[in-house]
Write a protein that binds this ligand. Sequence first.
Ligand SMILES: CC(C)(COP(=O)(O)OP(=O)(O)OC[C@H]1O[C@@H](n2cnc3c(N)ncnc32)[C@H](O)[C@@H]1OP(=O)(O)O)[C@@H](O)C(=O)NCCC(=O)NCCS
Length: 420
Amino acid sequence: MTQIPGITLRPAEDGDLPQIVNLDRLSFAPLSTNAEIEREWYGQGLALPDRSLFVAEQGMTGLAVGSYAQLRLGVCFEGQVLPAMGLSAVAVAPHFRGQKLARLLLEHAIADGQAQQLPLMMLYPFQHGFYRKLGWAWVGRSHQYRVAARHLPSYTERSHIVPYDPFQHEPVLQALYQRAALKHNGWLKRWDWQWQSRVKPVTGREVYCYTEAGEPLGYVIVQFARLEPPQKLLAAIVQEWVATTPAAYRGLVGFLASLRDQLSTIVWNTYTDDPFPHLLREQRRDPALAAIASEFGWTHHLGTINAGFMWRLVDLEAAFRLRPIAVQPLFQLTFQLTDPMLGERTITADFVDGKMYPTTQPAATQIKTSIEHLTELFAGFRRSRDLLWTGELEVEGDRALLSSLDHAWASTPPFCWDFF
Ligand SMILES: CC(C)(COP(=O)(O)OP(=O)(O)OC[C@H]1O[C@@H](n2cnc3c(N)ncnc32)[C@H](O)[C@@H]1OP(=O)(O)O)[C@@H](O)C(=O)NCCC(=O)NCCS
């Protein structure tokens, strides 16, 4: 464990609010005022049912020089809800940077995660490299298409779209999201407050539902905004969409197409295997936006791939027990892991009947890799045979078991609508 002389880490108390607000301002929004930060970020006070804050206090001055928040999350994966800790607002006072305080805060969070036997941690990094050095893995990839509204197909199912009415639709829509979440990897099982903050009225934000016989089967949350210099063009930024049937999906896309007279651009945020780009009239970015040279042969700029959140496996046994796998004949593997924060670790498991059973007897085949790479594999983000090829993983024993492992862990990589 990292020790910094004179620094103690403790749960935040109500009286710490002004200091935490000041740290957040200096770390994330140095042009805002403390009053603005307090209003926007801590409108409901410091402690929320699913959020705990911690401060690093300097004994000599009694000042908080660092703080961070732990969030209680449920991450949907292969039909299960994995209990997870979200990390946010990791902040170190500018005058205290580079003294390993951030590392101390993260070690504290991991120790708590281990004590709670949490399989997983999740965070949105300011820089991926910083957290990779500490064992986190980039697993959140999203796609964004900035396309002309007139290039969207105007499906007739758009006639089923109605404006969101909180009194009529709220509970049904929330339940619809939760059902959809369980069918996707990475979506959060939302607590009520997470859902409420998603649909609450905000200037420029609108929610529309796709309904059949009064029953919502999908919805889209859009934020209207002026895009890119010269900021003349009005766009609808899709912040979240859920469609439970193909008709609902076409209804949402057709609805956005019908905004073409008012809007230049639709910004469609989505996951990798969404068929959206195939349905466009033109496979290209909105030509009204500033041109981006493709720099490669006869191609058009179509969309961007964005690097988002990171995961880190914490309690390996819990993670292995909870994750369903593809069914195939029994095999056994031992993982020897390097972990920059927790040191060397080993886990052996039997892979059988669609599940993993941790055991103590070492297996004949051993895989050597890091906690970061194990997390990538576990998430279905990369395959062990690719890691062998790049030298990020080594095998002792039967190499053919890498194919079995890749088959067992094959899954759609995680994607998440929520940001924190
Ligand atoms: C990011 C922040 C929390 C780091 O705090 P800190 O206490 O200075 O960090 P530490 O001293 O524990 O660690 C810094 C180490 O990370 C390294 N590092 C920083 N960025 C890195 C990167 N992209 N890739 C690899 N290493 C990186 C530094 O070189 C340093 O390593 P060294 O000590 O071996 O030289 C702090 O700068 C901060 O509050 N920034 C503004 C708010 C913010 O961005 N928070 C993160 C939210 S996700």
